[in-house]
Design a protein around this ligand. Structure first.
Ligand SMILES: [Zn+2]
Length: 87
């Protein structure tokens, strides 16, 4: 019965928005693939396609190197919306 379970088809947000290139400075795009602790969300949770997941992964890593995104978040500093304190 489990395989008969209906599940919603998920679309890649980046395909939906017709994003061709993901800029590492564009945190608005990256945040779809970041958890509240700034970890990269796996594709099975976000529903991103493989191509965009790879783009996003590269951009997030670049954003970390340029200190736009923290590498690790202290447990005490976990907030509901991490993008409030980014800027
Ligand atoms: Zn896509």
């Amino acid at each position: 019965m489990a395989e008969r379970r209906k599940f919603k088809k998920r679309f890649c947000k980046y395909c939906e928005m017709k994003v061709e290139f993901i800029d590492y400075k564009d945190l608005g795009l990256l945040k779809f693939s970041l958890s509240e602790r700034f970890k990269i969300m796996p594709r099975r949770l976000t529903g991103n396609c493989k191509r965009h997941q790879e783009l996003v992964t590269v951009s997030i890593k670049r954003a970390r190197q340029t200190a736009l995104i923290p590498y690790i978040v202290d447990r005490k500093n976990v907030v509901e919306n991490p993008f409030e304190f980014v800027r």
